[in-house]
Design a protein. Structure first.
Length: 163
């Protein structure tokens, strides 16, 4: 087994490279994923082992992300959490400042400080590094695959100088 250091956000990309990914709104395939390709059974086994390890890390990261949402979010009457990008600007008298827009008075919006705090902490979290243990692959493990997808992170897991 080998080890590689990845930034936490790279665990999401690696999982997509292995399992594939679809646009949640349109169901359009973004990347097919190597496990959905015709490959040798032994390669598929080690890819499955790798994605299981990645999934464990992603679950831990997701729990940390959920904690950040709880820290910065507003909870509505139905218990839903949200972190709006903008909020109404309030003056010293705690009154909402208004501006005219197309002949109508509307609240003046400013960037939500909670959104900025959330983004800063999330970026800091996802920029941290974590070690991942894996069985290195050979380029020949993927000889049968013809693809237009780019597997940048998985390429890092291929032994150098091997066919």
């Amino acid at each position: 087994m080998e080890k590689i250091i990845l930034k936490l956000h790279e665990f999401y990309s690696l999982e997509a490279e292995i399992n594939g990914s679809k646009n949640k709104d349109t169901n359009e395939v973004i990347i097919n994923g190597l496990l959905n390709e015709k490959i040798k059974l032994s390669t598929k086994y080690w890819l499955t082992d790798l994605v299981n390890r990645v999934t464990i890390e992603k679950t831990s990261i997701d729990k940390l992300k959920d904690g950040l949402v709880i820290k910065y979010a507003i909870v509505d009457e139905n218990g839903n959490y949200s972190i709006p990008f903008t909020v109404d600007k309030v003056n010293e008298e705690n009154e909402i400042e208004m501006v005219e827009q197309d002949g109508v008075q509307v609240p003046l919006k400013v960037v939500n400080p909670s959104f900025i705090g959330y983004q800063n902490e999330l970026n800091e979290l996802l920029g941290q590094e974590k070690e991942l243990e894996y069985k290195p692959f050979k380029l020949s493990d993927f000889d049968e695959i013809v693809t237009t997808d780019n597997y940048q992170l998985l390429f890092k897991l291929i032994e150098k100088g091997t066919n």
